[in-house]
Design a binder for this molecule. Structure first.
Ligand SMILES: C[S@@+](CC[C@H](N)C(=O)[O-])C[C@H]1O[C@@H](n2cnc3c(N)ncnc32)[C@H](O)[C@@H]1O
Length: 182
């Protein structure tokens, strides 16, 4: 529980799947209120987590929630769409997103942007909580796996969890080696 009410279990579930090291450079796309950002920042020492969201209102809420982590230099925020970030290629060890449709609706823009920002051995984690009136949750992991393969990733693992209020899925991927690499 926090002052805004209980935190959905999906955030802790997804954060636990991230292969974080204390010095990692981490990017959350579509960070919303910044709940997952705070969970990641707690696991970093010399590392840094960046939250990007195209909504200034969401970034303001994430800044309020994470003021202590920002002050400590472990967390920073950007108001932008993912493809507008000007960070150098390979700037992040881990890129993750939860409930962000852009990777499915604009993969040629947003999956490509995520791939460019990932370090060569970096990890991408895409997660979604799907309501029961949608398709079965396995559709998210199956569809996302197919999309990731098409855009130059290899899927390392996928997960499903039956949790309240809806089942949640996640896919973990890395950049596929170039075809001619050993
Ligand atoms: C459904 S909300 C999910 C927020 C949070 N990740 C969560 O799980 O509660 C989607 C968020 O992603 C942001 N968003 C969508 N597409 C984006 C993009 N291409 N770049 C940055 N932010 C994006 C929206 O502004 C919104 O805050």
């Amino acid at each position: 529980m926090n002052k805004a009410g209980p935190i959905s279990p999906r955030f802790a579930w997804m954060a636990a799947l991230l292969p974080l090291e204390p010095d990692h450079r981490v990017l959350e796309v579509g960070c919303g209120h910044g709940i997952a950002l705070g969970l990641v920042a707690e696991r970093l020492t010399s590392g840094m987590v960046t939250g990007v969201d195209r909504s200034a209102k969401m970034i303001a809420a994430a800044a309020r929630r994470n003021a202590a982590h920002i002050e400590a230099g472990r967390l920073r925020l950007r108001t932008a769409s993912l493809h507008e970030l000007a960070d150098d290629p390979g700037s992040f060890d881990v890129v993750f997103a939860m409930n962000v449709a852009a990777f499915r609706t604009r993969p040629e823009r947003d999956l490509v942007a995520a791939r460019d920002l990932l370090a060569p051995n970096g990890t991408l984690c895409l997660s979604a909580q799907q309501p029961p009136w949608g398709k079965h949750e396995r559709t998210f992991t199956d569809d996302t796996t197919a999309l990731l393969k098409k855009y130059g990733f290899i899927v390392i693992n996928w997960y499903h969890e039956d949790m309240a209020p809806h089942p949640t899925g996640a896919v973990i991927a890395r950049i596929a080696p170039a075809p001619d690499s050993p």
